[in-house]
Write a protein that binds this ligand. Structure first.
Ligand code: ZN
Length: 243
């Protein structure tokens, strides 16, 4: 019999930091510092990696933390200049001068504008959506519980004469199978929603610390926000009740 040959291949993605650049954040609707990353990918065969190739330019707004992606060959990406020689204390003006002087003089505000706060709330809401969070261990845990609970329940019914045509072994196996799948799905969904709540709070706390914002400022901004931000509202409510 021939020995099957399995070729192990795949790819690895890295984010190489490029430094800072100044540009307008469409969400904050003002010029902001952005941290740039080169998203590079290298293919491997048997874990021997080939050359790294840029597959995109990632820009993260320093205020609202919204992530923007640019194609590596786009003129926008090629025109973007970065510097590693800038610190937040130097102010936005200094960064504009170093990386994007055509933006000219930028206004300096002591307090974040309402639009910036809206942008931050939108971005937190997006990042804490349960549809974006990983199911983590939720599926496995739920499947474990389901695969134990359902067969026990079905076997009890079987014993009292409420079986559904299968023998004891069949009933048990059916319970393990269906209980595992249903339990896994329920577990994953539950995990995603509880993780989403935690995540909203974690991101809010870190944003408040970084920008010296109070809970009160964010709550007020949320009240004026035209629309609904479900995950960020529940995160803020939870923080307020815990504070
Ligand atoms: Zn922004």
């Amino acid at each position: 019999m021939p020995i099957p040959i399995i070729i192990v291949y795949g790819s690895r993605t890295n984010f190489d930091p490029l430094g800072w650049t100044a540009r307008e954040c469409p969400r904050c609707r003002k010029v902001q510092p952005f941290q740039g990353y080169d998203k590079v990918q290298s293919k491997h065969v048997y874990y021997i990696h080939g050359k790294e190739k840029s597959i995109g330019l990632i820009l993260i707004c320093d205020f609202c933390e919204t992530t923007y992606g640019l194609r590596p060959n786009s003129s926008e990406a090629q025109e973007t200049r970065f510097t590693r020689m800038w610190r937040r204390e130097e102010g936005l003006g200094a960064l504009v001068e170093k990386t994007n002087p055509r933006l000219g003089q930028v206004a300096h505000f002591e307090q974040p504008t309402r639009q910036e706060l809206f942008a931050l709330l939108e971005s937190v809401n997006e990042r804490s959506s349960p549809y974006k969070t990983d199911a983590g261990k939720g599926f496995g845990r739920g499947a474990g519980i389901g695969a134990v609970t359902l067969p026990v329940l079905l076997l009890l019914l079987y014993v009292v004469g409420l079986g559904f045509g299968l023998d004891a072994l069949g009933t048990g196996m059916f319970g393990v199978f269906v209980g595992g799948i249903v339990g896994g799905i329920v577990g994953a969904v539950k995990y995603k929603f509880s993780r989403s709540k935690e995540l909203a709070q974690e991101i809010l706390v870190s944003a408040m610390t970084r920008h010296a914002l109070t809970l009160n400022i964010l709550e007020r901004a949320l009240k004026h926000y035209p629309g609904k931000l479900k995950y960020v509202s529940s995160g803020l409510a939870e923080l307020a009740s815990g504070a």
